[in-house]
Write a protein that binds this ligand. Structure first.
Ligand code: SAH
Length: 261
């Protein structure tokens, strides 16, 4: 892969142990699998060894798609789409109990994660999600309240996904070598029983507005979302707190009230 495209976040996995470790996160045998950004198929080959029932590859780079089609043309259980994952309707092709996996293009990996978290139907049909992120982003996604990384992304993720496992991956496992360390995260969908948010776009909006200024107290921004008597209904809510001092449950509660207006 001499001509890896930086604009498409192409860092290809070359370390066989890491490929194996990623695939070991779940049982791929007889499962429907969707791989995002298969590149030249290095992770794909490892998936194939584990005998999935059906394998769908979604790759934006036309040249790589051509290569993949040549490589796998005898394998009838593989379907390859030349598409931009951000415009692709993943929910439509998703089958029951499927696995979504990918060594993601880093420039859009948080967008890909958010797109999946915002699926209309929840619990979704997929049952495992295994993604490689930059470590810095991985830390934001997994950050717990209270911590310095705690914020919008972890509040959204925590609403719908459970962390099963995560591990770091050295820069040397890729070609070309990325500037930063990577992190694999394995999630499973969560059924949130405590809160009933209808549309995740609203949770995104609530967190965007409240985190628009990290240092400001939530007081003023909260009034953009709710009436004062609605705000007063939220038990034990201290309006002088900063957004990062508010537990995830408050964001979920605020979103529920916002949706009832
Ligand atoms: N899975 C491969 C390649 C990872 S690099 C490996 O581990 O070796 C990221 C891959 O995502 C590249 O192949 C890149 O072309 C692809 N990609 C980048 N943007 C994309 C997009 N918007 N939609 C689908 N694939 C994309």
């Amino acid at each position: 892969m001499k001509f890896a495209k930086k604009s498409l976040g192409q860092n290809f996995l070359i370390d066989n142990n890491i490929k194996k470790k990623i695939i070991k996160c779940a049982n791929f045998k007889n499962r429907n699998v969707i791989e995002i950004g298969p590149g030249n198929g290095s992770l794909t080959d490892e998936i194939i060894k584990n005998k999935p029932k059906k394998l769908i590859l979604i790759e934006k780079d036309f040249h790589l798609v051509k290569l993949l089609k040549q490589k796998y043309f005898t394998k009838k259980f593989i379907k390859i789409y030349n598409a931009d994952i951000l415009k692709f309707n993943i929910e439509k092709i998703e089958r029951k109990n499927s696995i979504i996996v990918g060594n993601l293009p880093y420039n859009i990996s948080s967008q890909i994660l958010v797109k999946i978290i915002k699926f209309r139907k929840w619990p979704p049909k997929f049952s495992d999600l295994i993604f490689m992120f930059q470590k810095e982003l991985g830390e934001k996604i997994l950050s717990k309240y209270p911590s310095s990384n705690y914020g919008r992304l972890s509040i959204l993720t925590n609403y719908r996904l459970n962390l099963i496992k995560d591990f770091q991956v050295s820069r040397n496992c890729f070609f070309p070598r990325p500037k930063v360390i990577s992190q694999v995260i394995h999630f499973q969908p969560k059924k949130n029983e405590m809160f009933k948010i209808k549309n995740l776009n609203n949770l995104e909006k609530v967190t965007n507005i409240l985190f628009s200024n990290k240092r400001k107290m939530i007081n003023k921004n909260l009034k953009k979302l709710l009436h004062i008597d609605e705000i007063n209904k939220i038990e034990h809510l201290n309006l002088n707190l900063r957004p990062s001092d508010l537990k995830p449950d408050y964001y979920y509660k605020i979103t529920e009230l916002y949706e009832k207006r």
